[in-house]
Design a protein around this ligand. Structure first.
Ligand SMILES: [Zn+2]
Ligand SMILES: [Zn+2]
Length: 354
């Protein structure tokens, strides 16, 4: 077997810096490019293989691994931890299971957590701004619906094949859409990859500044500095995401009403396993509708009545079937004062087992 071993390599200083708000996998991809490293040896070198790979590491880094990475890359442990989803645990995400290897706990965490596990959403203009196409961590959360720097809604689908773009496992985000196309479907070909460059997507401009102001408030909550009103806004938006209907967003950006009316906006019942929060326009609509109620200081009971009335107008009487795990962890927004009156009125039904 001698001779088949590659000589051991280490990183050469200076290692490329993460950009503000970057996700761990994006930065690791940039490091691999800069240092001319293959992904596997790089993960091994950083000891990320011990945490279960890059995707698992992006959930949470252990202190030992973070310290090793700090030593090797010069990026301090605090910044490394900030590139992982753990920063949102107990806020936009449920608390992480104590033991990463606890299969049941991890499974339940995934059931209750609102985040885009492998589905990409992105601001093409942000990607264009960085020469090596860096991806932001908060794009992984449904709570990011617009880019404040560019005043556009985040893109959620490939604009060539109109399907969601998926991140590869344990690898940095792709630069092109890797979805299989129908070409060659009836022959013995293996088919063709779509190949559309993600930076070429045209984002939709936000036509109403209040949408951007609301994204800024949601960001304040994500970053851990919300006001009481911001908290109320997010708690109500969380229950409105599955329940919002077109007549609830009569004012503001008309695009949001169209989005809720379109077959895409209405067929939210798990098309392709998608959950209501995977549509950034729907999330934006829910936050706008929530803002109107919070500003009028509606009580939780008044909110429930208002939702019931509007869903009646829009002929949407299907309740939201909430899984018990989702309720327990919620969108991690416990206690959420708006849930109980909605359950009471039958707008939310509970099911499943913990
Ligand atoms: Zn942007
Ligand atoms: Zn595509």
């Amino acid at each position: 077997m001698q001779g088949s071993r590659q000589p051991r390599r280490t990183l050469t200083a200076p290692v490329v810096e993460p950009i503000p708000g970057e996700s761990l996998t994006s930065w690791i991809g940039a490091v691999a490019d800069q240092q001319d490293f293959e992904m596997k040896p790089l993960l091994r070198e950083l000891h990320l293989d011990r945490l279960g790979g890059a995707s698992a590491a992006e959930m949470r880094l252990s202190d030992t691994v973070a310290r090793r990475m700090e030593k090797l890359t010069g990026v301090d442990a605090e910044r490394l931890h900030a590139m992982t989803l753990a920063r949102y645990a107990g806020n936009a995400l449920p608390h992480l299971p104590l033991l990463p290897a606890d299969g049941v706990a991890v499974q339940q965490w995934h059931k209750g957590a609102w985040f885009h596990h492998s589905q990409a959403r992105w601001c093409p203009k942000c990607l264009r701004d960085t020469t090596d196409r860096r991806w932001l961590l908060r794009w992984k959360l449904p709570w990011s619906f617009a880019c404040l720097d560019h005043g556009v809604y985040l893109v959620t689908e490939c604009q060539a094949c109109w399907d969601p773009v998926r991140f590869p496992h344990d690898a940095p985000p792709e630069q092109t859409c890797e979805n299989w196309t129908d070409e060659g479907e009836w022959t013995h070909d293996l088919g063709q990859r779509c190949g559309f460059p993600l930076i070429m997507s045209q984002p939709v401009a936000v036509s109403d500044d209040s949408v951007l102001a609301l994204q800024a408030r949601v960001n304040a909550w994500l970053d851990g500095s919300p006001t009481h009103e911001d908290r109320q806004l997010v708690a109500l938006a969380a229950v409105l995401i599955p329940l919002v209907s077109p007549s609830m967003v009569r004012r503001g950006d008309p695009l949001l009403q169209y989005a809720l009316r379109s077959p895409r906006g209405t067929s939210q019942r798990k098309r392709d396993g998608r959950r209501p929060w995977t549509d950034s326009l729907r999330v934006a609509a829910a936050v706008c509708a929530a803002d109107g109620r919070v500003r009028r200081s509606y009580s939780a009971t008044e909110v429930a009545e208002w939702i019931a009335d509007h869903r009646f107008i829009d002929h949407r009487r299907m309740p939201w079937h909430m899984d018990m795990a989702e309720l327990a962890y919620g969108p991690a927004l416990r206690p959420n004062p708006f849930v109980e009156p909605l359950v009471h009125r039958g707008l939310i039904t509970l099911g499943g087992w913990l």
